[in-house]
Design a protein around this ligand. Structure first.
Ligand SMILES: O=P(O)(O)OC[C@H]1OC(O)[C@H](O)[C@@H](O)[C@@H]1O
Length: 663
């Protein structure tokens, strides 16, 4: 496939790179410069000034400018050299690099011109290969001496990273290193900070840096990992407020959302004899969530999310079932992660134990939860993090999520914090695949409750491949005869492996939260506006006239059938608990088709504009009171599971809720 080149109206050309997972990059011939890099969610990863001019004479303020043959004002040339102000060409002969896929790779070259030779009298060829792959942007720069004499040059890839909030960003990998401070006439200092954070202008050239550096964006729960070869220096630059105002092509507030962390060969210029070639390499990779020095492979390490500040988790760390050497002590304010040796320093926290560093929480992303689950299930030979039990607690079946009221699960409180469990799912019946959602009352005083799925099952994608699913469930107080089921504030996010609706694998992860009322409303709003609910939606005011088709069949959700649960209750020896029984099971008046039982909690309070369409389309709906618009609970409770009607079938609570616009 040929290169994807877009010719813009102003005569300039943009090269579009794409990878199969959906990430993209844009490259301009002007400066040979990457000006955009987006992940598969279309999120921009590079800063580009809104005032940037993408044409001569100025260099482009943002993206990835290439500084050659000089960095900054370290020589007599214009700042950062001239390569970023030149038009580059396509490189048709990038050998000895192997041919590359032109959808995701472009080779560019800049050769010295007569004019260049006047200001820098060395004939050269500067090449770059720019390529993207899922979560990664790779640049391979090369400089060839095509002159008759040796020359030396500086080189730097300036990475204008787009960050959420500069004051929430931390750079790791540069601690304790020496640097030249551009703000102090390039005087040499030693970095004192444990990790580099930002609260003012910074312009430093770090010396002898490691091959990998991490830029951790706490707010966005994202880490950019910079790996480099052949470029021993790293420049960290942020102009902060005053300087930003003095830079014409930068917005006054732009400094809050950008950070330059560059790979460079600056302190010691590279010397090339005639015909010699220098080659460097830089990779920028996106790693979700926070970062831990040492090991960066998210498949192998589970360290990124194990530190928390909730009192329960902290207590567990303190009493962790690992050797005392690994535990946080009251008197010692730090712990080293046993896997990656990441040092959690608690010494800057004023409040006494169990305070942990501000902003550090066990708030794994969906992707990370699935990673933890994969490790727990030993997928691909992964082992769980040694301390994972302290953050995702394993509960056995008889006290499992499907058997125990959330308020009785270990560590769960109503303060809005989330608690995670590994648990096994249970079947509702001996025969069949239906999942148990009902929680067994343990005494007469206990109310009868059950989980109901809400929203669509969300795929969880790792590196472009679906690895798991997330379901959201809400705990309802079960309906009693003549009463509406009542929604509680307990919310369960259940994660399972695989791509299918049904849970597979030995375990699932359950995240339990008691939603504070405001949060709760917000969650619903967000999931609606983010499209998380997906599927069909009908404005509340409109009565659908035609039955909508099924979106997907959620086998375990079809199963919700209180009639059967009554039998279950008896089977479980609860027949003497009057409160657990639901009306007469002999009343077969309501012949409700398919999985209508799934929707009972929602339908009972639904007015006629929504329910009537069910009735109109399905003559089998017996005791539905069209006039009042209300279903009677007993009608639904006592409904038989019949065959799906031809015209109307409801696959999941979600599809129906969407259709009804219930929330
Ligand atoms: O404005 P530019 O030429 O792109 O340079 C931006 C900045 O880069 C550096 O790191 C220099 O040390 C600064 O002095 C300069 O302001």
């Amino acid at each position: 496939m040929p290169l994807n080149v877009v010719n813009d109206r102003d005569g300039s050309s943009r090269i579009l790179l794409t990878d199969p997972a959906g990430s993209t990059a844009e490259v301009l011939l002007y400066g040979g410069q990457v000006v955009s890099w987006r992940n598969e969610r279309r999120e921009q990863l590079l800063y580009m000034s809104s005032k940037a001019q993408l044409k001569p004479p100025k260099a482009i303020r943002g993206g990835l400018p290439i500084c050659f043959p000089q960095f900054g004002n370290f020589g007599a040339l214009e700042r950062h050299g001239f390569a970023r102000n030149r038009f580059w060409s396509f490189d048709n002969d990038p050998s000895p690099l192997p041919p590359a896929n032109q959808q995701s790779t472009v080779d560019l070259v800049l050769k010295s011109t007569e004019d260049d030779l006047k200001i820098w009298p060395h004939s050269f060829e500067l090449r770059v290969r720019i390529s993207i792959s899922p979560g990664k942007l790779t640049i391979i720069p090369r400089v060839r001496n095509t002159d008759l004499k040796a020359f030396s040059f500086m080189f730097s890839l300036r990475n204008y990273l787009y960050v959420s909030d500069i004051s929430e960003v931390r750079v790791e990998g540069l601690e304790t290193l020496d640097y030249l401070d551009n703000l102090m006439r390039r005087e040499r200092f030693t970095e004192q900070a444990d990790a580099i954070t930002f609260d003012g202008e910074v312009d430093k050239v770090y010396l002898n840096t490691p091959t990998k550096i991490a830029i951790i964006d706490h707010e966005r729960k994202r880490t950019i990992e910079l790996r480099k070869e052949g470029m021993p220096n790293a420049v960290v630059w942020n102009p902060w407020d005053k300087k930003a105002k003095s830079i014409a092509d930068m917005g006054d507030e732009d400094y809050t959302t950008m950070l330059c962390v560059d790979s460079g060969a600056i302190e010691t210029p590279i010397v090339l004899k005639p015909h010699e070639e220098w080659r460097g390499r830089q990779e920028l990779s996106i790693v979700s969530s926070s970062y831990c020095s040492g090991q960066l492979d998210p498949r192998k390490v589970m360290e990124r999310t194990w530190i928390v500040d909730g009192p329960w988790i902290a207590r567990n760390v303190k009493n962790a079932s690992v050797s005392s050497a690994l535990q946080i002590k009251d008197c010692e304010a730090y712990i080293n992660c046993p896997n990656c040796y990441y040092r959690v320093d608690n010494s800057n926290v004023l409040t006494p134990w169990p305070g942990l560093p501000k902003g550090v929480k066990f708030e794994p992303t969906d992707e990370e939860v699935i990673e933890h689950l994969e490790a727990k299930c030993g997928i691909d030979g992964l082992n769980p993090h040694i301390l994972i039990q302290d953050f995702i607690c394993s509960v056995t079946q008889d006290v499992g999520i499907n058997y125990t009221h959330p308020q009785n699960l270990p560590g769960v409180s109503k303060d809005g914090t989330s608690v995670f469990f590994f648990n096994k799912t249970a079947h509702a019946y001996q025969n069949g695949q239906r999942k148990r959602r009902r929680i067994t009352p343990t005494s007469l005083k206990d109310e009868s409750v059950r989980w109901h799925k809400t929203g669509q099952t969300k795929p969880v994608i790792l590196n472009g491949v679906q690895k798991g699913c997330k379901k959201i469930m809400v705990l309802y107080k079960s309906a009693r005869k003549g009463l509406k089921p009542e929604k509680s504030n307990w919310v369960l996010h259940q994660y399972h492996l695989g791509t299918e609706e049904g849970e597979i694998g030995e375990y699932v992860v359950s995240k339990i939260t008691y939603q504070q009322p405001k949060q709760w409303e917000k969650t619903i709003d967000e999931s609606e506006s983010s499209g998380a609910r997906g599927g069909l939606t009908t404005p509340k005011t409109t009565t659908p006239t035609q039955a909508k088709p099924v979106i997907s069949v959620d086998e375990d959700e079809i199963a919700y059938d209180d009639t059967k649960m009554v039998h279950d209750s008896f089977a479980e020896g609860l027949d003497n608990i009057q409160e657990a029984s639901y009306g007469s099971t002999s009343d077969r008046g309501a012949q409700v088709a398919g999985n209508v039982s799934v929707i009972e909690d929602n339908l009972v309070s639904k007015k006629v504009e929504a329910s009537s369409c069910l009735v109109e389309k399905n003559p089998n709906y017996g005791n539905v009171d069209i006039g009042s618009g209300n279903f009677s609970v007993s009608d639904l409770e006592n409904a038989d599971l019949g065959t799906l009607p031809d015209l109307f079938s409801l696959a999941s609570e979600d599809s129906l809720l969407n259709w009804l616009g219930w929330f």
